[in-house]
Design a protein around this ligand. Structure first.
Ligand code: NAD
Length: 350
């Protein structure tokens, strides 16, 4: 497929490519939509088997950011960048500075952030040449680790669906099965434990699962058993595509709400959950806490304002669930409609 065919397929947009001869940098900046504001999204620095894989990754991820920003109510569009990790030796500092110059040339149309393979130190290198970067050190206006904010948003989403599905005003005694006890999964367990939830966990790294057992009294199960746990909530906090043709028939929960991106392997898996009577908190609606946090760096970081906005994830998830119930429709389709409504309103206002 040609580049413009790809852009057409992903409903684009702008695509910027840069090769820097001196450093060997090969960078892709995909800007999906800027109707709500400058595009914001992370920079990936990983190996790709082909340039096409890198391009598709950037296009797919940037489109997801448009929807996440729109549903999270932040004044940003969707963007993502990919720096193709060189195969041989390379000068990391020179590479990230070259990337910073590229962003400067784009004039703030795209603002970058940390993502797979990049660190706060890389963001600081970018910051040395452009201001169009977030995820820098807190002393330089950075917002710090986004994971606790992501976890807080997921917890608010779980509370919303506990109210909607179980008619519960609190979550005490609720049984939550958490898949993946990494940065977000651990924080989510901590929040839910404080509120009196019963936890069952699984992680490929046994030390991470055992930590949750030790600190929060969680029961540890193996990687396949986590899908079959009889629980109120299943919280996917590991990798994408946890909800697929194989796993959905195994689920024994009433609610799915977790941090992982791209939880549905295919859109029809949202229909499958709906048909099984399981209410799904759409991933990009419930896991926007980290994005809300990082977006606050652009205007001047205000922790209280971030907390208030992250807590609004409760109302967003509740609205999605209520509209889905009224429309007899899966929640993922309603979330897409709501994000598109917000984008359309922005177009009409301009
Ligand atoms: P992480 O790498 O710290 O944690 C992921 C955990 O999942 C690890 O402990 C890993 O061992 C475990 N894992 C991997 N495969 C597994 C499997 N098959 N079964 C059980 N456990 C498995 O990542 P994170 O920052 O906690 O993010 C978790 C998910 O949430 C990712 O999909 C990420 O893209 C998404 N997300 C994270 C943030 C954030 O603020 N960090 C924001 C939005 C979305």
């Amino acid at each position: 497929m040609g580049v413009f065919d790809r852009m057409d397929h992903y409903d684009y947009g702008e695509l910027h490519l840069k090769r820097d001869v001196a450093t060997g940098m090969q960078a892709i900046v995909a800007i999906h939509d800027t109707r709500l504001g400058p595009a914001l999204g992370g920079c990936r620095f990983i190996h790709y088997d082909s340039e096409d894989d890198a391009l598709v990754d950037a296009l797919r991820l940037a489109r997801g950011m448009t929807y996440k920003a729109a549903i999270s109510g932040i004044p940003h569009g969707g963007g993502k960048s990919v720096l193709i990790r060189p195969k041989g030796e390379f000068d990391r500092a020179a590479l990230f500075r070259a990337f910073g110059h590229f962003l400067e040339d784009l004039g703030g149309h795209y603002i970058t952030a940390e993502d797979s393979g990049t660190s706060v130190e890389d963001m600081e290198l970018i910051r040395s040449v452009t201001k169009h970067v977030t995820g820098v050190k807190p002393e330089n206006g950075g917002s710090g680790d986004p994971s606790p904010w992501t976890a807080r948003g997921v917890r608010r989403g779980i509370q919303a669906l506990a109210q909607h599905v179980l008619d519960r005003s609190d979550v005490e005694g609720l049984h939550v099965a958490v898949q993946g006890i990494g940065h977000v999964g651990y924080q989510l367990c901590r929040e839910l434990h404080v509120l009196g939830c019963k936890l069952t966990v699984a992680d490929v790294d046994p030390l991470k699962a055992e930590r949750a057992q030790r600190e929060f009294g969680a029961e540890v199960v193996d990687l396949e058993a986590i899908f079959r746990v009889e629980s109120d909530v299943f919280a996917p906090c590991a990798l994408g595509s946890a909800l697929n043709d194989r796993t959905i028939p195994q689920l024994q929960c009433k609610i799915v709400a977790g941090a992982a991106n791209n939880q549905l392997a295919f859109p029809h898996n949202g229909d499958d959950l709906y048909q099984r009577g399981i209410v799904y908190a759409p991933d990009y609606a419930v896991n926007g806490g980290g994005l809300i946090n990082v977006a606050a760096e652009v205007t001047g970081y205000d922790e209280a304002a971030v907390a208030e906005r992250v807590d609004r994830i409760h109302d967003t998830v509740l609205e999605i669930a209520e509209r889905a119930k009224a429309a007899h429709s899966p929640t993922n389709r309603i979330a897409d409609t709501m994000a598109q409504e917000r984008l359309r309103k922005a177009t009409e206002a301009n």
